[in-house]
Design a protein around this ligand. Structure first.
Ligand code: LLP
Length: 444
């Protein structure tokens, strides 16, 4: 496993994150445990902020909270001066609870309900990204009824296919997201938004996909979007103040992943925008980006305890952990690959190859197929790295497994930021009608 951020192997031969011995953290908080390296998270935020504010241009970075949003993370994002991308009333609620300034929030989604749109308007979010005509009409109606004129962007499906898993590509024409560029739909949408007296059309938005490792896809997108803005200016005399290019920068999960540095990504995006603006003599819009994974994934590590071990000689050795697709559905959903390390034997050389299975009742609940590791025994602690993004936020209670706890580790100190769910949490919303209430022993 590649050691990232503050990870190191300490004198006891244990994995350490944020100066905290993982064996101690597992003992104190139990497993599965999500550990967030606060220093690395803050460093990523600062890199983004600096890279997008170079040369006096105040471009904006919105952390995509769908990757991971809990109150403490929102507070760190706020402290580091980033803005926030939310995609539901629930994400907006958590952000506001964490004291996130609403004007620094952009509200996304491809099917915002009227009540969510109203919540966003009443809260005073800084921008709403309109995905479709249903939203455009609803928002105009709500704004008119309340005498508001919210700043909005329109989402474009620019017809760009970035190389990533089919389910995490979003920019192509055959997509549920946004107004289509290829058939001219975006032109009609811009006209409708310009005609809407209660919408303040600030610009356009697009997002071409996630875990993108090539800068050319981002350069190309920026060029396509500026060209589109130029056509819109010619047709409607409208000039965009802002261009939101979404998120998508990839991270290192396993050998072969070579993500560009944040600074290189920023430079590529900005240069491409500026070059296209020069080409069309278009005034440079303020650039907005929405990174999620590249901010929070590397700072996250999940710690599991090894339980059952099943060796099928000549075939495979399965080692089961006390979590799985319930806390990290990515391998089952996208064939995502991860690296792991035995946290309590971190200094020992690999001696065997094992398959790490989850504890859910599905054969597909596998976390890593071929982990090279020192000899494993039940009770060992397995750390899986780069799990900060799209794990906890996509977790479930499948098999009625409570969600893990989460700690923030920094300078030798750990703070609990999400408590472990309990069995009581599992039945919190269950209701048993009186007529079904237990009336005595059941005889079999
Ligand atoms: N902006 C928009 C409009 C998005 O839809 C997304 C991600 C982002 C920003 C952030 O993208 P990022 O920088 O994290 O790549 N569950 C999948 C990823 C889905 C991404 C959805 N949209 C996974 O686990 O790989």
């Amino acid at each position: 496993m590649r050691l990232q951020g503050t990870m190191k192997i300490n004198n006891s031969g244990h994995l350490e994150i944020g100066g905290c011995d993982i064996v101690d953290l597992a003992r104190s908080y139990g497993t599965p445990l999500q550990v967030i390296d606060e220093d690395l998270l803050r460093r990523n935020c600062r890199e983004y902020r600096q890279a997008f504010s170079l040369a006096g241009q105040a471009d904006l970075v919105f952390y995509a909270s769908k990757a991971l949003l809990v109150k403490a993370i929102a507070s760190i994002i706020r402290e580091e001066g980033l803005c926030l991308d939310v995609v539901s009333g629930g994400e907006l609620f958590i952000a506001l609870q964490a004291g996130f300034p609403p004007q620094r929030i952009v509200f996304h989604g491809n099917n915002k309900s009227p009540s969510e749109m109203e919540f966003a308007l009443v809260s005073g979010v800084g921008r709403i990204v309109i995905d479709n005509y249903f939203e455009l009409e609803t928002l105009e109606r709500l704004a008119e009824a309340n005498g508001w004129r919210p700043p909005v962007l329109l989402r474009v499906a620019p017809g760009i296919e970035a190389h990533s898993h089919e389910y995490i590509r979003t920019g192509q024409t055959d997509s549920k997201f946004g107004f289509t560029l290829a058939n001219g739909d975006i032109f009609r949408a811009v006209q409708a938004a310009l005609n809407a007296a209660h919408l303040d059309l600030r610009g356009l938005h697009c997002h071409i996909g996630s875990q993108i490792l090539e800068l050319d896809a981002f350069r190309h997108t920026a060029a396509v979007m500026i060209e589109l803005l130029q056509s819109l200016r010619v047709r409607y005399g409208w000039t965009a103040a802002e261009l939101d290019l979404g998120g998508g920068l990839g991270v290192y999960y396993t050998t072969g992943d070579e993500p560009p540095a944040i600074a290189h990504y920023a430079a590529a995006v900005r240069e491409s925008v500026e070059q296209s603006c020069r080409k069309h003599d278009y005034p440079r819009p303020r650039i907005l980006v929405e990174p999620g994974r590249s901010v929070i994934s590397p700072p996250g590590t999940t710690i599991y305890t090894i339980g059952a071990i099943k060796d099928i000689p000549g075939i495979r050795k399965y080692v089961s952990v006390d979590g799985g697709m319930n806390d990290n559905p990515r391998p089952a959903l996208y064939q995502a690959q991860y690296e792991g390390l035995l946290a309590n034997k971190a200094g020992q050389p690999p001696q065997e190859v094992v398959a790490v299975s989850g504890r859910c009742c599905e054969s597909g609940d596998m976390l890593i197929w071929d982990l090279h590791t020192p000899l494993m025994t039940s009770g060992d602690l397995l750390a899986i790295s780069c799990t900060g993004a799209y794990t906890y936020s996509m977790s479930s209670n499948y098999n009625c497994l409570p969600r893990p706890a989460m700690v923030l580790a920094c300078d030798g100190h750990a703070d609990l930021i999400v408590g472990r769910e309990t069995y009581d949490d599992l039945v919190k919303h269950h209701q048993t009608p009186e007529r079904l209430a237990a009336k005595g022993a059941v005889h079999v």
